[in-house]
Design a protein around this ligand. Structure first.
Ligand SMILES: N[C@@H](CCC(=O)N[C@@H](CS)C(=O)NCC(=O)O)C(=O)O
Length: 205
């Protein structure tokens, strides 16, 4: 693997954060091109037709989407104990459901966040009211899946725990959900917040 990765992304994005977590765990250095700057955004768009982050230049190729990039790193670093938990069998499919649910939650919240920023009155748009209700529905379900702040009996952070943490922190700092007023969510965040790669990837604020 090349020794340096170029990562197009922002340090506020929950999708970029889960990739930054994996890179931190693996001790893989990267150059961050900040997609929130005009120059960084323009550079990213020359590489990625989807115009979304994260996107990386790695081993002489361009990859986009955090799932694809994490899968690539997992394959390249097979056997490394610093990789995320790798569930097998039925647990693998449950993990995918957990991650898809958490992604759906933050995608809906991001949708509401940006339209509200653009001046849309959320309460007057039925689709946005539904988006907010979806956030609630997903969080309610995810909470039922937790056991002692993990989703599985194996007490190792996997993509589901990581994704859940990243989306909760995003919902918290963007004030899109009163995460810290919910005892289960608060306990989850407090439990994982001291993990070094979680601390190292914390967004500002
Ligand atoms: N499924 C993608 C989601 C990527 C995504 O939605 N990224 C956001 C960053 S928070 C983005 O770039 N949004 C830009 C836009 O929607 O214009 C992944 O996991 O990488």
């Amino acid at each position: 693997m090349s020794d340096k990765i170029t990562l197009y992304g922002s340090i506020t994005s929950p999708f970029v954060r889960r990739l930054r977590f994996v890179l931190h765990e693996l001790g893989t250095p990267f150059d961050l091109i900040d997609s929130l700057s005009d120059a960084g955004q323009a550079a990213m768009r020359t590489k990625n037709p989807i115009w979304k982050v994260p996107c990386v230049e790695i081993d002489g190729q361009i990859l986009w989407d955090s799932h694809t990039i994490i899968e690539y790193l997992t394959e390249k670093n097979a056997g490394n104990p610093k990789l995320l938990r790798q569930p097998q069998g039925a647990e693998k499919w449950r993990e995918k459901n957990l991650v898809t649910a958490a992604d759906g939650c933050v995608e809906s919240a991001i949708n509401v966040f940006y339209l509200r920023k653009d001046g849309v009155e959320v309460d007057k748009v039925a689709y946005l009211v539904k988006q907010r209700a979806r956030v609630e529905s997903i969080l309610t379900w995810l909470k039922t899946q937790l056991r002692d702040n993990y989703f599985t009996a194996e007490k190792k952070i996997g993509l589901s725990e990581l994704t859940f943490y990243c989306i909760l922190d995003w919902l918290r700092f963007r004030e899109m959900y009163p995460v810290l007023q919910d005892p289960v969510l608060k306990a989850y965040m407090e439990f994982h917040s001291k993990y070094p790669a979680i601390e190292a990837t914390k967004p500002p604020g």
